[in-house]
Write a protein that binds this ligand. Sequence first.
Ligand code: TEU
Ligand code: CA
Length: 559
Amino acid sequence: MERKWWKEAVIYQIYPRSFKDSNGDGIGDLQGIIQKLDYIKNLGIDIIWLCPVYKSPNDDNGYDISSYQDIMDEFGTMKDIEKLLAEIHRRDIKLLMDLVVNHTSDEHPWFIESRSSQDNPYRDFYIWRKSKNGSPPNNWGSIFGGSAWEYDKTTDEYYLHLFSKKQPDLNWENPQVREKIYQMIKWWLDKGIDGFRIDTANNFSKAPDLPDGKIIKGYKYGDGSPYFLNGPHIHEYLQEMNKKVFSKYDIMTVGEAPGTTLELAAQYVNWDRHELDMVFHFELMDLDHHPIIKWQSREWKLSELKRIFTKWYEGLKEKGWNSLYMNNHDQPRMVSRFGDGKKYRIESAKMLATLLHTLPGTPYIYQGEEFGMINVAFDNIEDYRDIETINFYREKTKEGLPKEKTMEAIHRTSRDNARTPMQWDDSPNAGFTAGTPWIKVNPNYRKINVAKDLKDSNSIFYYYQKLIQLRKENLIMAYGDYRLILEDNEHIYSYLRSLGQERLLIILNFSADQTIFNLPTNINYQEKKLLISNYHIEEKEDIKRIYLRPYEARVYQLY
Ligand code: TEU
Ligand code: CA
């Protein structure tokens, strides 16, 4: 197994808008991040992934970019990002930026040109089609609701937007588009950044004839995803980008890849194919809802979750590398979703952290996760800011769904669950801003905040710090083999890691019940040493049979 810095790293994701406001306008900014770098360093982080900070009208909080080589006014200036990068490097941390090149903003100069006339040199930078019998060119629905096509009367054609209508899709089939994108990427890499998280990295290639999608039951639009996810030229484009740009630098790339099977992912990250270093797959994110409609929840079993991690480990073994995450800026908070955000918040946050940091792969921490932030439940839609959530509410209201039902789905699933401001302390607005925050702070901030965790040696924060430290001291945590034990147990997730003579035994109670762990008889050891756990444990305790407490987690070294 080849050693790489990004395999041994722990990555921390920052959503700048909600991280720290330095000037009282209610919006997090680059100077705010600089103020908190010592905090991130103290946690033990090696790499920071910054969500988009480029110039943007903020229809989708920076994922709609109007100028790639400028900084969003609210976040600061080019000088500020240069300063941030220098301060990050001074602390021996690396910086990943977000690369959003499936689409631009409709306010990007390329699109302004493109929409101006059919013979404009930029026309072919985007995907334009004529209407089909008075309807849009095909039946695809946008991921944020409504049709994926917007009519533009200037030229009497429609343009494709998989996301909001202010996010027109770029036409990757046009070599000029690709060349422009590569130039822009080089410009950033030459500034010294250390890699990219690539937004919707498997959406760039669309099936040429853009066929209609299957109509989803109870839904007005067709599912176009088979025709835009993992499309016919996607590997070719990624390889080209890698060859022309990425391969020239010592960087890492991680591509967001919704709707990607293990077989496909194994191609994206295969060392011999030179495409991406890691992908974010969505199998775990899709575990608790309808396969396409994320707002419709579904019951799940622990054995399914185990199967996902196990399958992805086995499938990429000796071929590529896994990313490990349970939440981000698009997903609900992981404690609320996979643990218990109420009675056992602290225990379950630590248990889930133990899982993510002892599985093979690179763990990603989303801001606030490190002290157990949980979902928010605003009563009124007016308090939500996310375009997807607001569109969903509108659609459901129009369809006549009772408000309580709609709000229930929003409380469980809205992206704003992850986007409420960082809770730094118990002062007004959680110390995030001296002004009025762009989105309300979670009302639980007096109970759940950084300052509180930093004062308590037993806190979630220090548990993460210790896990990260252990990962640095024990290469087995990154590189060791993985073997699932007690496969069918619906309460306990347990596995062995091994590297040479070394062995780790991980035991996780995934439930609020007391449950008994029986060590399989074929696992032998002379001695054991407890590396970390989220409850007090007597060192002499026998591990052949353990009474696990709610959400108990233990990691043992076996000799
Ligand atoms: O998300 C793209 C994505 O594939 C969706 O599945 C995502 O889960 C979305 O939030 C629907 O719930 C990326 C970014 O992470 C997201 O924040 C952007 O809104 C989107 O691309 C468009 O750039
Ligand atoms: Ca600000």
